[in-house]
Design a protein around this ligand. Structure first.
Ligand code: G1P
Length: 291
């Protein structure tokens, strides 16, 4: 099963840091964000990753490529553990390919750019802004669960989380049907609205950035009317697909997912990963106490 990771976004929420460096390459402790996301896909059972990328983002592809010079230098300097880390990245158990998104026309357009690589199979869309908490009990379960839901029941699904009402205008908001039971982990959904105002939101359950979709979606993306920011929203294509009778289910997020596309979420991720790091945890706690 393939996973599309759209990485062509301009990262305007994180300027000026993103002026010359892709946001996906920002480090969380010792690994770039994109590596956590790729590892999540691998641990959830995906065998092929399609990066939808942009000319200015070559560093992402380079990160997963072999680096002969660096490997030779580390070998000569007997830096065995760094060398091992480096080799592990290039030897990840997954095929990574990339496709260019020539124009910044939004998430729906980015997904449509990968259509030819998807053939007629169900696939995942993984947004690289969002990374999962490393808590040992919660690690990598959400996407795996969604993948299994497709395997066992044929479900298309969207990962969601309940959020504070004043944050809903930054996310896709889920509309449920009458059968909705907030205690259930899986519910059928009736629609999605992209970034609604608080008083117009159908619920305060937000789209987290993990989707399992059928190739049917490719019929709906070209019909989407561009948003006020001239983007083709994936949300709008999913909404039309639901309205024309296709079933889509929500899966409630277990654990925590950081929004690294925002300064606050990025910092929170660094803090949590640092506090769970075997050699950094103690010094960080000390530093915090001394601030
Ligand atoms: C995208 C989606 C939105 C979703 C969000 C999750 O928005 O369009 O529905 O809730 O990711 O992070 P973006 O953050 O790209 O504006």
């Amino acid at each position: 099963m393939k996973a599309i990771i759209p990485v062509a976004g301009l990262g305007t929420r994180m300027l000026p840091a993103t002026k010359a460096i892709p946001k996906e390459m920002f480090p969380i402790i010792d690994k770039p964000i994109i590596q956590y996301v790729v590892e999540e896909a691998i641990n959830s059972g995906f065998e092929e990753i399609i990066l939808v990328t942009h000319a200015s983002k070559n560093s992402i592809e380079n990160h997963f490529d072999k680096s002969f010079e660096l490997e030779a230098t580390l070998e000569n300097r007997l830096k065995r553990s760094s060398l091992k880390e480096l080799k592990n990245i290039a030897d990840l158990d997954v095929k990574i390919s990339s496709i260019r998104q020539g124009e910044a026309l939004g998430l729906g357009h980015a997904v449509a750019c990968a259509e030819k690589s998807i053939n007629d199979e169900y696939f995942a869309v993984i947004l690289p802004d969002r990374i999962m908490s490393m808590h040992p009990l919660r690690k990598n379960k959400n996407l795996k669960k969604m993948r299994n839901l497709y395997k066992n029941k044929g479900y298309q699904s969207i990962l969601i989380e309940g959020i504070k009402p004043n944050l809903i205008s930054s996310y896709g908001a889920i509309k449920f049907d009458k059968s909705f039971d907030p205690k259930k982990a899986i519910n059928r959904i009736n629609g999605i609205v992209e970034k609604p105002q608080k008083n117009k939101a159908p619920s305060f359950f937000a789209v987290v950035g993990r989707y399992i979709l059928s190739p049917e979606i490719f019929k709906y993306i070209p019909k989407v009317t561009k948003s006020s920011s001239k983007e083709i929203e994936l949300t709008d294509a999913i909404h039309s697909m639901i309205l024309s009778g296709q079933d889509v289910h929500s899966v409630k997020l277990e654990g925590k997912c950081f929004d690294c596309g925002s300064l606050e979420g990025y910092f929170e991720a660094i803090l949590e990963f640092g506090l769970r790091h075997k050699s950094l945890s103690k010094p960080i706690r000390k530093m915090i106490n001394n601030v």
